[in-house]
Design a protein around this ligand. Sequence first.
Ligand code: FES
Length: 647
Amino acid sequence: KTDPLVLFMPSGKRGRFPVGTPILDAARSLGVYVESVCGGRGICGRCQVEVQEGQFAKHGITSSNGHISEFGPKETRYADKRELKEGRRLSCSATVQGDLVIDVPQDVAVNAQVVRKDSDERVIERNAAIQMCYVEVEEPDMHKPLGDLDRLMAALATDWGFTELDVDFHILPQVQAILRKGEWKVTAAIHRDEERERPRMIALYPGLKNEAYGIACDIGSTTIAMHLSSLLSGRTVASAGTSNPQIRFGEDLMSRVSYVMMNPDGRAAMTKAVRDALNGLTERVCSQGGVSREDVLEAVFVGNPIMHHLFLGIDPTELGGAPFALAVSGAVRAAAHDLGLSMNRGTRVYVLPCIAGHVGADAAGATLTEGPHRQDEMMLLVDIGTNAEIVLGNWIRTVAASSPTGPAFEGAEISCGQRAAAGAIERVRIDPVTLEPRFRVIGIEPWSDEPGFAEAAATIGVTGICGSGIIEVIAEMFLAGIISEDGVVDGSLAARSPRIVQSGRTYSYLLRDGEQKIMVTQGDVRAIQLAKAALYAGVKLLMDKQGIDHVDRIGLAGAFGTFIDPKYAMVLGLIPDCDLDKVKAVGNAAGTGARMCLLNRGHRREIEETVRKIEKIETALESKFQEHFVNAMAMPNKADAFPKLAE
Ligand code: FES
């Protein structure tokens, strides 16, 4: 007679096991990740699973609750004391009795006060680098002169198989006190990032420590966003953001690099500023989540190359000019303490690899999240900032480049440009006959021609145009015939509409009249043309490298990508022709990539390997760049057609 078949969902891993095998052991032997803190003593509740009942014809299994052992003493005790949800079993206690289909829930929470913040957040399969290991240590004995730490290590070897284990030195002076406080029961936090690496004890707690946390953080040049997640359940417990305090040293990246070049203490000052901000944010997410900073045991960071360098305390000057050499391009592993981060003394830091001198760890994070390297379809991933970071590829080949778009898309260099904040025009429509505009302002619900707008505008004020508004107004001006294909504002229309206003030798479009006039000038149109031509030329170079003339799917990352309307981006020729419903804002994909690496160390291998394989294209060295750039100055483009736009 053959042994029962056990199938684990959602991984689909399966194997045959003798009757009486604990489900946890079966999972482990198949490499299915099931959490366990107490090592099968039935006290942590982390190992919960569910039996799926029914016929699973595809797999040739009939699974039922009768095929698993009855509640044993461990489970009964646990269910009495804590709560064991209907249908849940402790896999360390329940054993195989017949064919089984076992569901491993991704969100086993044993801590009721932990709330889930983000309802639609993606479920990330867990395989954290931190393992919480509860052990009961032998008490000291005059006849066996083994030290406290040595007996602890022996217990970790017997119960958890850690025969080789390094110990962070900061634990040593505390070992005696912790063991006695826990009455010889303690939980060790073991860190192991890579299988080939020796595991290391980085923290020690008295008693059963049934929780550990990590932070994932995207250091943007404008804003820093941080998430606090439980490493054991995968849940996001709290999120917060703040503006990057380095802004006072320079608005954009290049001005921060110049600050470092001009000021002997510039690098140190900016490193301190960002680290202080990170400590403040950590404090905030921890207090929001009701978590002690001491319980944050891992921290993962992404950022563009300059943010990356400044955070690590590296001089970014080399990134200011050719050949744009990174100090380090691979992933960085460090101790949080060495980076001046106030968390647990043993907290480990992981920084995603950078792709190239201008394509940073943030682009790597976005790549990991969107996974062009996992798809058949040719995907274009664009993160638009002062530099556009561009990744194009599929599972066969992925190429990347950056393009110097300048800050125009962020509203800088635009006469009435401003940051996306209350009072900024973000949506624009222009009547092609009357040339009259209607628009929408951040912070004001109704459109400008709807009731209630005037009152709201009087309190909030209409102060300028943000990046997405600029794209829309120029695209609408083009669609209404106010600007030509070459981007020239048609002065002859001034006779027809008071909206076309002469300013010197060129003409402007008056978007909002009144005390504070909001104009779109010829210079503004030029600035956007230059920026979009740079972006498109970069994209086009990568398409040349791939030998393709259209892309299957486009992901627009970052804040700009979230707010810009794909249709208008295509009208202007910012992005190549593509099915409009295949153009998606992917939000903070970089931050999600950081969270993936936090919760699953397998993703670290994946992105490190992917980044190694990505072919880096230096736009400045490509002779075709100039030609693509010139063609892309026109709207939407002089050489390339946009058939999907016409559909
Ligand atoms: Fe702790 Fe099962 S492993 S309760």
